[in-house]
Design a protein around this ligand. Structure first.
Ligand SMILES: [Zn+2]
Length: 563
């Protein structure tokens, strides 16, 4: 079968902070699982991510930390990279919108093309102006009461409570976040993207994707029914990509709005990666302009508006790119502390668990496991540290780790550390081989549908069943009664563990790597299509290693850091 080709992206985090477990559960872990799975199948994949460096949030952090925005970019981008690496999340490239000249060029050319195609128009806009600071107040420079849901503390770009875009001049009781002054309304010129031009095409396009998650379809349908407002693509700001119209005095002092340039980063980073690989940057076209290549955007709930409506509309307006084929979005991950109600994870309230703090004390796999098992795939779920510890101990240690440990120690003690011969199969052996033989296909079907939780549940169910087989066959008794039957049992168990290693690798890459060493497997033996191929008899096994360590229930919540 011909290899399939995929461009897989994960949402670009602002480079003004580190990552917490909510970010990871939202899009980075599912994207990494999916990419590892595709690579194991032998598909061609470009796994693209990077930081969103422009815009108000970064400018505000720079202001707060007394640094230049570019310094803030570089500082946090490096830390984010370390968080991802520690968790085994391996992008082909983790760039940044302010770290490559290609991005500026791609964004400016994109703008000009959309302008040329008559989907941008200049309009005078009323905007909030801080008379004390002497500047306009784009986006998050202003806060007030949401005009959609009435929640307080809504930022000028989007309401965190209801997820809807905000029209800043409609905010109730608006305040400048720089001076606290009540802003006044002034006129300014901006370029508006005529989203209304794409209302019908977007509707048809979304209706044609029945396989998308319900949350994505329902949310976008609701917004389309309400009617999409035209949106400005420029800002009065000094931090961003300049509007590339040098001859137009109205463009002076304006930059591209960050929602416009950020997703173009997926494309410009791909071009940068092509160049890094020793190719030409233009090779990005086979990842973005070829209908044979599937484009998959992993995002969190807060990004659905941008990735399922604005970005596809931008691509339609530009005209030369392919549209995404899937937008797997997760809902938010809440957090629950002992004796407290479930609550939203918030960096400002200090109710987030930072990856840096977690990795300083624990291995990556238990967190990957737990986040995949409680994945908020179609509804919000809650992270509980005591639950992570409980599931680590009961499932990873007692089920999966125990199966591998007792099989390996038995083979080393009584089989001379070799893969024993498989003799005649009894009913129980055949049932076990059938069980594990079905597993790769079962997991594959779930992953092709982006059902990560269900795939991992199938793997753990098989591990549990295999422990039952071990207990039923009792190799420690067989050893003295019938050496050949005992050898067959251990052979079947080692083969099962190899299959488990292949299918668990996307979820638990560190543990899978240890199992591969224990079974002395070459990389090609661990490809998806080799998952059920038996181990060669007589092969020398590697040292037995501990896969997962038991964790203690912490006396209190660990490392609930305040930013
Ligand atoms: Zn709201």
């Amino acid at each position: 079968m011909a290899r399939r080709r995929f461009t897989v992206t994960a949402a670009l985090p602002y480079s003004n902070g580190r990552l917490h477990v909510g970010h990871i559960a939202g899009c980075y872990l599912p994207a990494d699982i999916y990419v590892r799975y595709l690579r194991s199948l032998g598909e061609e994949v470009a796994f693209i991510c990077g930081s969103d460096d422009y815009g108000v949030p970064v400018a505000l952090t720079a202001r707060k930390e007394g640094k230049s925005p570019a310094e803030v970019n570089d500082h946090y981008r490096a830390l984010q990279r370390a968080d991802f690496e520690g968790l085994g999340i391996e992008f082909d490239i983790y760039s940044g919108t302010n770290s490559t000249a290609l991005h500026k060029r791609f964004s400016q050319e994109f703008f000009l093309k959309v302008l040329q195609n008559a989907h941008l128009e200049k309009r005078s806009q009323e905007q909030l102006y801080d008379p004390e600071a002497g500047m306009f107040l784009p986006d998050r420079y202003v806060e007030g009461i949401c005009h959609c849901c009435g929640a307080p503390g809504a930022r000028g770009d989007q309401c965190e409570a209801c997820g809807r875009p905000i029209e800043p001049t409609l905010l109730g009781d608006p305040r400048s976040i720089i001076t606290g002054a009540r802003p006044e309304v002034r006129e300014t010129i901006h370029w508006f993207f005529r989203l209304t031009d794409f209302q019908d095409r977007l509707r048809q396009w979304i209706e044609s994707h029945e396989e998308w998650r319900r949350m994505v379809r329902n949310f976008t349908r609701g917004l389309l029914e309400a009617g999409l407002p035209d949106r400005p693509v420029t800002r009065d700001l000094d931090w961003g990509i300049p509007v590339p119209l040098e001859d137009d005095p109205d463009a002076a002092g304006k930059v591209l709005y960050v929602w416009f340039d950020a997703p173009i980063g997926y494309i410009s980073f791909t071009a940068q990666w092509c160049e890094q690989q020793g190719g030409h940057w233009r090779d990005y076209e086979r990842w973005w302009k070829d209908p044979e290549c599937k484009i998959v955007h992993f995002i969190g709930e807060d990004n659905v508006v941008f990735h399922a409506l604005m970005w596809p509309a931008m691509l339609m307006a530009e005209g030369s790119f392919e549209l995404p084929s899937q937008i797997p979005a997760n809902c938010f991950l809440n957090i629950q502390f002992p004796g407290e109600e479930e609550q939203k994870m918030s960096t400002s309230r200090g109710t987030a668990i930072w990856i840096q703090d977690y990795l300083a004390r624990y291995d990556a796999d238990p967190l990957r496991y737990y986040l995949a098992m409680i994945a908020p795939e179609d509804q919000r779920t809650a992270f509980r540290f005591d639950d992570l510890v409980r599931r680590n101990n009961a499932e990873l240690v007692a089920t999966l780790g125990n199966l591998v440990h007792r099989t390996m120690t038995f083979a080393h003690r009584f089989m001379q550390g070799l893969v024993p011969a498989r003799g005649e199969l009894a009913e129980a052996d055949r049932a076990q081989l059938e069980l594990v033989g079905r597993l790769p296909k079962e997991v594959c079907e779930q992953l092709e549908d982006y059902h990560f939780k269900a795939a991992l549940q199938a793997i753990m169910a098989a591990a549990k069943e295999t422990n039952r087989y071990f207990d039923y066959r009792k190799p420690w008794v067989l050893r003295k009664k019938d050496a050949a039957v005992c050898a067959t049992t251990i052979n079947v168990l080692l083969g099962t563990i190899k299959t488990l290693a292949v299918v668990m690798e996307p979820f638990l890459p560190f543990a899978a790597g240890k199992v591969a060493r224990m079974l002395s497997c070459e990389p090609q033996e661990l490809k998806w299509d080799a998952a059920t191929r038996p181990l060669p008899e007589g092969r020398r096994l590697g040292e037995a290693e501990i896969l997962f360590v038991k964790l203690d229930q912490p006396p209190e919540e660990p490392s609930v850091a305040v930013e």
